[in-house]
Design a binder for this molecule. Structure first.
Ligand code: ZN
Ligand code: ZN
Length: 406
């Protein structure tokens, strides 16, 4: 028996005025998801804990059965892994992006005019050392990059150099605890930031941008420092050969860290224009092949919520429903459809509301829920579980769990 997990990012919502008091999922016409719900079992899930507002990174760890309290120190390593950088134990990783500063180091554009390619700029500073620490940087999409500090005795307990506002000077990185590791890390990062700035300031790409009247990418802003310890793979932990089908970097990163192979079919953009059908078809192909567990991530539900667009979210959920039709033909597979957190359109941000969950498979108890939605799922047989329970339940439903005791 195989497992397919579909996570529609931020799909959980609250009743919307624009949708006559329904949530986008309740308002959407979803015959396929409703059929899965009626043949399977439903419930609500707190991906981290009751009332906790989850980030996407911590919630995904939890959905894969990895306690974020044990494995999470910051977002950086997952972004770096998603950008296909090779992390080593003890590396400190950041989210980074190119911005523009003036001669007084005041940030005039946090995204360097949304510069579309920073490959050349990254190459100019990649591998630079400061205070005995090596700095590895790789271009991401647009103005973004992944940044790794590699050396002895580093700490993630340091502040950002990103002031998160324009018109303010970049911040000096400070140690956030009294350890020599935090001080060493902050000092090295401060030294590197200025070294890199001096190289970038005079780089031909930036000279050309200034000539063209565009803001140069002359400053690297860092945030989300995190250090990764030893993470057992899903193969080691559950005996599952696992794959991820996703377009957006962070989710690929979390999946890669827990040992999944990454697939991004053509058209899977991680944005509103993504090809959901291509993702589902890829997942079916992988399940029919050598994989025991496939995770599909669909990002845009969350984007519509952050934009406060419940009708757009409803329509996108209908697109998901249409794409999942081939799943009804799957044999010997347990399918779970859920979200990593709720992102109510009314607040345009993540909330601690539990998410709807359906689990469908050939041999399981069922309930009377006939529609996939927040309110119907609240009446389901799974009741209200935690994100960390999901993996156990999926292993149980696929007869893969080990007996506890004798
Ligand atoms: Zn999310
Ligand atoms: Zn979000």
């Amino acid at each position: 028996m195989k497992i397919l997990l579909i996570v529609c990012d931020g799909m959980g919502d609250r009743p919307c005025e624009e949708l006559a008091g329904k949530t986008p999922l309740e308002a959407a016409y979803t015959p396929n998801l409703d059929l899965l719900a009626s043949e399977g079992m439903c419930g609500l899930m707190d991906t981290i804990g009751v009332g906790v507002r989850p980030g996407s990174d911590t919630s995904h760890l939890s959905l894969f059965g990895y306690d974020p309290k044990e494995y999470y120190t910051g977002r950086g390593p997952f972004e770096a892994a998603g950008a296909e950088m090779q992390l080593q134990e003890g590396d400190l990783a950041f989210r980074a992006n190119f911005g523009t500063v003036d001669e007084n180091l005041v940030v005039t554009d946090r995204r360097a005019g949304r510069i579309d390619d920073v490959t050349g700029l990254c190459e100019a500073v990649d591998g630079l050392e400061a205070d005995g620490v090596k700095f590895i940087i790789k271009a991401g999409t647009g103005h973004r990059a992944g940044l790794i500090m590699r050396g002895e005795g580093l700490s993630h307990c340091i502040s950002d150099n990103d002031s998160h506002e324009e018109g303010a000077k970049i911040l000096e990185v400070k140690p956030l605890d009294g350890t020599p590791e935090a001080k060493k890390t902050a000092d090295a990062l401060n030294t590197w930031v200025m070294k890199a700035h001096e190289i970038l300031r005079d780089h031909p790409v930036n000279k050309k941008r200034i000539e063209d009247g565009k803001p140069p990418g002359n400053m690297i802003l860092e945030r989300g420092p995190g250090m990764l310890g030893k993470v057992p793979s899903m193969q080691e932990r559950y005996g599952l050969k696992a794959a991820c089908v996703a377009g957006a970097g962070l989710y690929k990163g979390v999946a890669k860290v827990v040992g999944m192979d990454l697939y991004t079919p053509e058209g899977a953009t991680g944005k509103k224009n993504t090809d959901v059908k291509a993702k589902v078809n890829k997942a079916v192909e992988l399940l029919n092949g050598e994989y025991d567990y496939v995770f599909i991530h669909i990002k845009a539900t969350d984007n519509f919520s952050h934009d406060g667009d419940p009708k757009g979210k409803r329509d996108f959920i209908e697109k998901i429903d249409n794409a999942v039709a081939p799943l009804l033909e799957l044999k010997d597979t347990v399918v779970a459809v859920t979200a990593d957190h709720s992102t109510p359109c009314s607040i345009k941000n993540h909330s601690g509301d539990p998410v709807p969950l359906l689990i469908w498979g050939p041999d399981m108890r069922t309930d009377d829920v006939g529609e996939f939605g927040e309110r119907p799922c609240g009446k389901g047989i799974l009741h209200r579980i935690r994100g960390l329970d999901l993996m156990n339940e999926l292993l149980n439903q696929t007869a893969r769990s080990r007996i506890y005791g004798a």
